[in-house]
Design a protein around this ligand. Structure first.
Ligand code: NAD
Length: 487
């Protein structure tokens, strides 16, 4: 085990964390966790079922009803959240190393995600202290104000792409608002999630406030969604899973926040700075191994610059460096899991019948083992193609020409998804009009995927339900009670 790629002190088994203690599943069941570079099992994790979820929810419920956390002043909770952020920041290199090893993400990108996780806690710590609620006065008649309260046990279900950061995006606001939580992390990538318990204990989070149950979605995730003492579920994952959760939560009338899949268009007009657009759209689909919900995985290019764009794009895609996730020069690492690798590879085969392949198209040369996929570019892809319509979630892009603004808009909106859109043009009016008309929860104009945590994050159509970000997250995790006083 003296491979520099393998982090020191890897656990040989990953447990649940319930009521302040690490525990195995009630039935002793486990599942294998694979190293995406070799696809060998490097550890096992406890496979949670309903019995484990019941224990975790009972612990979180006790901490909510009897514990100090929901009753602490926002400033007191904020202090704990800032300590969490400090600890995450101070361990960013270690976190990145573990995340990169477990998920196959390039190490430099995993480091950026660890820092984002810290920032998520810091942001919601600040926001909860600055929180102001509405108060209204009808002169001489009434005073009315809003009493904001935590809801209870929040069920948090997260995917395997940038797992630690996405967990923090839910944990930060759920905890800041005084809820207690049960986290069910993705089964492909349980390693970094196993670090939360130690971080929270060190930061002084009271016992029982944070609980974690590993396991398969159909077992542990399903039991969490169907637990009557869990009034809200924040879910990030595939749209089809979101549909199942939506139906399963319906009998309980639960609060739901759904961050789902995407097939986001990047629209390049002829008047755009073409080199900048090429660079940004390369980054937009190949960073994070293409395993990014907001990936610009369909590029629509105005026909007058189409050939030039395609030539530059293909040349640049061939220069994207595929390599060991551990190597700091790597730009695309190994996909998370052989199952996901097979799915992406099957789309590449479908793509060969639907478009013209100009870069990649399979396993890169020199990589015999592991889930490596060469950055793959299909051009002349018609809108009815499956690689135009369906989320591939890997380093694969479909490029399609258009002739007019109207056609660009029709193509941009022609999928069931509506998460993000990227628009490249130097015409200010066109940019804003297009942004207004495109069916996407988030639009980036002449810009990469930059985030401001105060802005709404979420999708329309099959990409999600509800928005998080800034006060919207606070709204999701709290009840707002109206109090009226007659004067
Ligand atoms: P997934 O839907 O397969 O799984 C997500 C989580 O749900 C996992 O923890 C899984 O165990 C759990 N789960 C599965 N079935 C369940 C069930 N029946 N009941 C309860 N929980 C269940 O998604 P994935 O493959 O892990 O993640 C990739 C997907 O996530 C992509 O579609 C991507 O676009 C999406 N995503 C969206 C955003 C966003 O913010 N919109 C962000 C990241 C990822």
């Amino acid at each position: 085990m003296n491979d520099a790629r393998i982090p020191a002190d890897l656990p040989d088994h990953i447990q649940h964390y319930i009521d302040g203690a690490f525990v195995d599943s009630v039935d002793g069941d486990t599942f294998d966790v694979l190293d995406p570079v070799t696809n060998e099992t490097y550890t096992t994790a406890a496979a949670g079922k309903k019995a484990d979820i019941d224990l975790a929810v009972a612990s979180a419920r006790r901490a909510f009803v009897e514990g100090p956390w929901p009753r602490m002043l926002p400033r007191e909770r904020a202090r704990v959240l800032h300590r969490i952020a400090d600890i995450v920041e101070s361990r960013d290199a270690r976190l990145a190393e573990m995340e990169s090893y477990d998920s196959g993400l390039p190490i430099t990108q995993a480091l950026g995600q660890a820092r984002r996780a810290a920032e998520n806690f810091r942001f919601f710590a600040d926001l909860i202290v600055a929180q102001a609620d509405d108060t209204f006065k009808v002169p001489g008649r009434q005073i009315n104000y809003v009493n904001r309260k935590p809801i209870g046990v929040a069920g948090l279900i997260t995917p395997w792409n940038t797992p630690f950061m996405l967990e923090s995006w839910k944990l930060g606001p759920a905890l800041a608002t005084g809820n207690t939580v049960v986290l069910k992390p993705a089964e492909f990538t349980p390693l970094s999630a196993s670090l939360w318990a130690g971080i929270f204990e060190e930061a002084g989070l009271p016992k029982g406030v944070f609980n974690l149950v590993n396991g398969l979605g159909e077992d542990a995730g399903d039991a969490l969604v169907k637990h009557p003492d869990v009034p809200l579920i924040s879910f990030t994952g595939e749209s089809s899973t979101g549909q199942v959760i939506f139906a399963n939560a319906a009998p309980f009338l639960k609060g739901l926040s759904m961050e789902l899949g995407g097939k986001s268009p990047a629209v390049v007009f002829a008047d755009a700075d073409l080199d900048e657009a090429v660079n940004a759209t390369i980054f937009g689909v190949f960073s994070l191994n293409g395993e990014r919900c907001t990936a610009g995985s369909r590029i629509l290019v105005e026909r007058t610059v189409y050939d030039e764009f395609v030539e530059k794009y293909a040349a640049q895609a061939k220069r994207v460096k595929v390599g060991s996730p551990h190597d700091p020069t790597t730009e695309v690492g190994a996909l998370v899991h052989p199952e996901h690798y097979d799915k992406v590879m099957s789309y590449i085969e479908i793509g060969k019948t639907e478009g013209r392949l100009v870069a990649g198209g399979g396993r890169p040369e020199g990589f015999e083992l592991g889930n490596y996929v060469a950055p793959t570019v299909f051009v002349d892809v018609p809108p009815e193609a499956r690689i135009f319509q369906e989320e591939i979630f890997g380093p694969v892009v479909a490029i399609t020409p258009f002739d007019s603004d109207e056609e660009a808009l029709t193509l941009a909106n022609d999928t069931k998804y509506g998460l993000a859109a990227y628009i490249w043009t130097n015409d200010l009016k066109r940019a804003h009009n297009f942004a207004g008309a495109v069916e996407a929860g988030m639009v980036w104009l002449n810009s990469n995927n930059v985030r401001d945590l105060r802005t709404p994050f979420g999708g329309v159509k099959a990409s999600g339900l509800g928005h998080e970000g800034g006060y919207r997250s606070i709204d999701f995790y709290t009840d707002q009670q109206a109090v009226h006083i007659t004067l």
